[in-house]
Ligand binder design. Structure first.
Ligand code: SF4
Length: 184
């Protein structure tokens, strides 16, 4: 398998095969995060992705239902590229029902409604989104690169596209004395 630099996946995906389509994180500016400091962002060549799928079919059943794309925000890829990857996945695992990956609000914002609907049809149906908080001053402090309004808009568009997601929150991140504002 091609795994370049650090590899992370959410705990619920412990049994899901991990397919590298990007490495590092396309943003890399969040003030609290050191996850990919050792690895510059890059896109895996499709030939490598296909080689890895050929390897995965040796270890996973042909009727595999779910696969997880690494790394930090694989959803940063343009919709066209994500659709090509989905096609390749279905070639080797025709019964895949769910393609999961990490995604940021910025990645979603760059996709049209039509892109999101096409991606949903192609199997993208579990985005893990590190929202952290919707408390604006803390969002700014963390340099997440989006606003509370962006969060509401982009999550609404995912709902409209019927795309399942998990919003990851950092409880308490607003700090001492800010718990009520942050919780709201
Ligand atoms: S988007 Fe995620 S992986 Fe990238 S720097 Fe921020 S927290 Fe880290």
């Amino acid at each position: 398998m091609h795994y370049t630099g650090p590899v992370y996946r959410p705990p619920p995906e412990a049994d899901t095969p991990l397919l590298e389509v990007t490495y590092g994180c396309s943003w890399g500016k969040c003030s609290f995060c050191t996850m990919y400091h050792s690895q510059k962002f890059g896109v895996s060549p499709l030939e490598d992705v296909e080689d890895d799928l050929k390897e995965l079919i040796r270890y996973y059943p042909k009727d595999l239902k779910k696969i997880f794309l690494v790394n930090g925000d694989a959803f940063a890829l343009p919709a066209r590229k994500l659709l090509e990857i989905a096609e390749l996945i279905h070639k080797y695992f025709p019964e895949i029902e769910c393609i999961a990956c990490y995604a940021s609000i910025r990645n979603i914002k760059r996709k049209s409604m039509e892109d999101l609907e096409n991606l949903r049809k192609a199997g993208y149906n579990r985005l893990y989104i590190g929202l952290e908080t919707a408390y604006e001053p803390t969002l700014k402090q963390m340099r997440k690169g989006y606003t509370k309004e962006d969060e509401y808009n982009e999550l609404s568009r995912l709902k409209e596209a019927n795309m399942d997601y998990v919003a990851l929150l950092m409880l308490g991140v607003a700090g001492r004395g800010k718990c009520i504002e942050s919780a709201k």
